[in-house]
Design a protein around this ligand. Structure first.
Ligand code: SAH
Length: 213
């Protein structure tokens, strides 16, 4: 059953070969061939793509790389990009590790982490996307002025992430613990799938923008 499901997925993926990056390591230092030299932004864990598709539609002058480890979820994101007729998004169907395997220093202008898995067990902390070594690795591919923007409803993960930012010697450029109640921060906000769901349950959405010191 599982085999058949995977085969079906592969067939569906064929229709999106133009927007899938199969060997991201080969793109290291060559992303401008894909982006046409446009500023490049990365989302790690794009899910079903509500955020990346709306952002790419709003910012046609930018190029976006959406990374998603779950192939069937990523299919939904690619469908949205097609439906919107967007050509400024490429997808990497893999779990992101050290981004410097795929991107050269200065390749990226910004990185988005939206509702990253909280991985609540203590011994999982190194796999959280806001773990200090991961945060540092993001800044190895960002331009000097580049930023990482992290949103979540999860208070424990958010508080832990703020400590990781401080431990990484990075700078908090902006922080809110109730994004939807903050008119300035909320004005340009694009809701993700998880954001719509959890704010609907009454959870407050937290957001932090991280830069270099
Ligand atoms: N950003 C979406 C989905 C959040 S759920 C939203 O806000 O609605 C977190 C997603 O991140 C899941 O789809 C999971 O498969 C993906 N993910 C977790 N770790 C990842 C990694 N290292 N690389 C790529 N995707 C990852």
């Amino acid at each position: 059953m599982r085999q058949r499901k995977l085969r079906n997925l592969d067939t569906k993926y064929e229709a999106y070969s133009d927007i899938i990056v199969d060997s991201p390591a080969e793109m290291k230092g060559r992303w401008s061939e894909r982006s046409g030299g446009a500023p490049l932004f990365i989302e790690i864990g794009c899910g079903k793509g509500k955020f990346i598709s709306e952002l790419a539609a709003r910012e046609p002058e930018h190029f976006f790389v959406a990374i998603e480890g779950n192939k069937s979820v990523m299919l939904r994101a690619m469908e949205k990009i097609r439906k919107f007729g967007l050509t400024n998004v490429a997808f990497i169907p893999e779990l992101a590790g050290d981004l410097s395997d795929w991107f050269e220093e200065g390749d990226a202008d910004g990185i988005y982490l939206n509702f990253s898995d909280p991985l609540p067990k203590n011994y999982w902390y190194k796999r959280r996307l806001t773990y200090r070594d991961r945060l540092k690795s993001y800044f190895r591919v960002l331009k000097p002025s580049g930023t990482v923007t992290f949103k979540t409803d999860n208070t424990d993960l958010f508080n832990w992430s703020v400590l990781e930012i401080i431990a990484s010697d990075l700078k908090i450029l902006d922080i809110t613990r109730d994004l939807h109640a903050d008119p300035e921060a909320n004005a340009s906000n694009i809701e993700t799938e998880y954001e719509a769901k959890y704010s609907g349950f009454g959870e407050k959405i937290k957001r932090v923008v991280i830069g270099r010191k």
